[in-house]
Design a protein around this ligand. Structure first.
Ligand code: ACO
Length: 332
């Protein structure tokens, strides 16, 4: 089976992204943290990241990206009847960032909620929105990946704080019309080892207290080596599964838009899948890992600079804390 028309579900009508203005490159970071441009570049490929202003919350980043996506789609906030925001850095535990975004953007009183699947969040949110649109009870979804990761970074932990950045990306989805066609999803999770990548404190297990603050438990903690190995393994498997389910070969893929975590992870994935590195779109050198925002930011950039052409076959693939993963096949 490889006829797109048999498989097609929803259509991405417009895409937008937003990166905060403040650019912090490795040289500047190495004045604040015991690290070096050489270490960060050689281990990760990251050269710089954007950091949001203190008064900017995740919903503010989402607002900019969503507004740009609506302009790209030629639609207005009044057209939206579903809002899904993927984030691990919501403005607050509740209400959801999606509800805050609804109000800021002037979207009607429609269904709004957040999804938390870390760096796979945007693809998970697309998967859920696609399913809701296919029920025909919703017609036009705004799907956003937005993160202010600087708010959960431990700037005393050089093993994590050099990797992440802030930003947002958004897509407007309908179940018909012209645009980037979604062909299928392969999403999964393995919750058996949550401590590989987590934020231990501030939830019901370890609510905020003097002790949790002293233990720096409100910051992101990661076992980088194990995450690295798992990331390559789960993304390879998800990519192979979705291609074979839809009757395509690795060589049919024109472009891969991977989660932008680490250049070495992307290189390993390229080798294991046998898809040339030149087909992978990467901008992690400029923005670092923006978690749920990384794929929509890269997708928006790749479209704007005409890296991807109408009619080409694309694969978006991500992994994140959970562990979660997702692969999405698209026709540009
Ligand atoms: N600057 C200088 N030295 C450092 C830094 C730094 N920023 N960070 C660690 N080091 C040192 C360590 O202390 C260690 O020193 P030692 O040998 O004296 O003990 C040495 O460098 C090697 O450390 P490792 O952790 O073994 O380095 P590694 O080569 O594994 O690279 C890295 C670390 C970059 C984190 C890598 O493991 C990685 O990219 N993992 C995947 C991370 C990832 O993708 N996370 C995102 C998940 S997505 C989500 O859901 C949020």
């Amino acid at each position: 089976m490889n006829s797109d028309s048999e498989l097609s579900s929803s259509v991405i009508r417009g895409v937008g992204s937003y990166l905060p203005e403040k650019n912090v490159d490795n040289i500047e970071l190495s004045k604040r943290v015991d690290t070096s441009d050489e270490w960060i570049t050689s281990r990760t490929g990251i050269k710089a990241r954007r950091i949001a202003e203190k008064e900017q919350a995740t919903s503010d980043l989402a607002l900019e990206a969503a507004s740009a996506a609506l302009v790209d789609a030629g639609m207005s906030p009044r057209d939206i009847d579903l809002v899904v925001v993927a984030t691990i850095t919501p403005d607050m535990a509740f209400p959801s960032t999606a509800c805050l975004l609804q109000d800021k953007l002037g979207i009607p009183k429609v269904c709004c909620f957040d999804i938390e699947a870390a760096c796979s969040g945007f693809l998970y949110a697309l998967d859920v929105a696609d399913g809701m649109l296919s029920s025909n009870r919703y017609k036009c979804a705004l799907v956003v990946g937005a993160e202010k990761l600087s708010s959960i970074m431990d700037w005393q932990d050089r093993t994590t704080c050099v990797l992440f950045g802030d930003g947002a990306g958004a897509a407007v989805l309908t179940n018909k019309g012209d645009g980037l066609k979604i062909l299928g999803f392969k999403s999964g999770a393995d919750g058996s080892n949550p401590k590989l990548l987590h934020q231990p404190s501030g939830g019901s297990l370890d609510p905020a207290s003097q002790e949790s603050l002293a233990g720096r438990g409100h910051f992101l903690k990661m076992n980088g080596r194990e995450i690295f190995k798992s990331a390559v393994r789960v993304m390879e498997r998800a990519a192979r599964e979705i291609l074979s389910e839809h009757g395509y070969k690795e060589s049919d893929i024109d472009h891969v838009i991977p989660h932008q975590a680490n250049a070495r992870i992307v290189e390993s994935l390229s080798q294991r899948l046998g898809i040339p590195l030149g087909k992978f779109y990467c901008n992690l050198d400029k923005y670092g890992n923006t978690s749920a925002a990384s794929i929509p930011i890269a997708l928006d950039e790749a479209r704007r600079i005409s890296v991807v052409q109408k009619g080409q076959l694309g694969l978006m693939v991500a992994f994140g804390a959970g562990l979660t993963w997702s692969a999405v096949l698209v026709r540009f």
